[in-house]
Design a protein around this ligand. Structure first.
Ligand code: KIV
Length: 307
């Protein structure tokens, strides 16, 4: 464990708010080391200051500002509509909250699908303007991964069910189900690692395929709907907390029903307002006695003048 003020701890050596244990920053090399030591990597999406702060304080290793925010935060039907500027806005909020976890920004659809130089320029914005420590891109884009790596931008690859390919896939479908598709996925995973990707998200692939890729690859795999044998797991924050409005996918485990909690708290507040039970005297500010008397006198004088 690093001592406060030692390299790897935050300047000032502040303790984690909840545990009092010194905070050791999670880095890309630290995640690679976790794979070598067979320590599972915990990852979760987050999109704003308050929830990122809670996720970070809960000790999650990697926070992804996922383009899933298009759906769970902005209410779009799929992830395609979210823009670079919107993703930057959310990444900045997350950056302000997170002290320990690695912050990864998802590059949105269209921001890296053209010329490689354009993809690099957009990725630079996430690092420079929003404070991300890595970017995630979907698909086997080895030329771009190589260019980003040369530009000192750590890359998280994403293979399998890649939501930005919804129209090509014809919907959100599990990928790599046949032997040839599984072999293709394995080859793409190796190509991304060879090109310099530091982590690989495997989404919506049979667990046998994810296990084989994880065993062969030198870089950590982070699974979502990819079974228990990946080096780490990631979920969408809103899925984990029950803050979504459709039936969850098979791979989602709901750890709490925050939707019910929020609805009930807000209903309770509305009822209190409607029956004038909120705010109470204790929840109100008061004038000091002298100011109160002076105000009374002034109001009475005003009333006399008007009469
Ligand atoms: O956008 C996202 O939330 C993701 C994760 C589910 C991997 O890409």
């Amino acid at each position: 464990m690093n001592k406060p003020n030692s390299p790897g701890s935050f300047p000032g050596g502040s303790d984690s708010a909840s545990t009092g244990v010194p905070i050791t920053k999670v880095t890309m090399p630290a995640l690679a080391e976790m794979k070598r030591q067979a320590k599972p990597i915990s990852a979760l999406t987050a999109y704003d200051y308050a929830t990122s702060r809670l996720v970070d304080e809960a000790g999650i290793d990697l926070i992804l500002v996922g383009d899933s925010l298009a759906m769970v935060v902005l209410g779009h039907e799929n992830t395609l509509a979210v823009t670079v500027d919107e993703m930057l806005h959310h990444t900045r909020a997350v950056r302000r909250a997170v002290r320990r976890a690695l912050v990864v920004a998802d590059m949105p659809f269209g921001s890296y699908h053209g010329p490689v130089a354009e993809g690099v320029a957009n990725a630079v914005r996430f690092i420079k303007e929003a404070g991300a420590e890595a970017v995630k891109i979907e698909g086997p884009r080895t030329e771009l991964v190589r260019a980003l790596t040369e530009a000192e931008i750590p890359v998280v690859g994403h293979l399998g069910l890649t939501p930005q390919s919804i129209h090509r896939m014809g919907g959100y479908r599990v990928q790599g189900r046949s032997a040839s598709a599984a072999l293709q996925l394995k080859a793409e995973a190796h190509a991304l690692a060879d090109a310099g990707a530091g982590l690989l998200v495997l989404e919506g692939v049979p667990c046998e395929v994810a296990a084989a890729i994880t065993a062969e690859l030198p870089i950590p795999t982070i699974g979502i709907g990819a079974g228990p044998d990946c080096d780490g797991q990631i979920l969408v924050f809103h899925d984990l907390l029950g803050l979504t409005f459709a039936a969850p996918a098979k791979f989602v485990r709901r750890y709490a029903d925050a939707g019910a909690l929020i609805r009930s708290a807000v209903e309770h507040y509305r009822e209190d307002v409607e029956r004038r039970a909120f705010p109470t005297d204790d929840e109100s500010y008061h004038l000091a006695e002298a100011a109160h008397q002076a105000l009374d006198a002034a109001q009475k004088a005003e009333a006399r003048e008007k009469a």
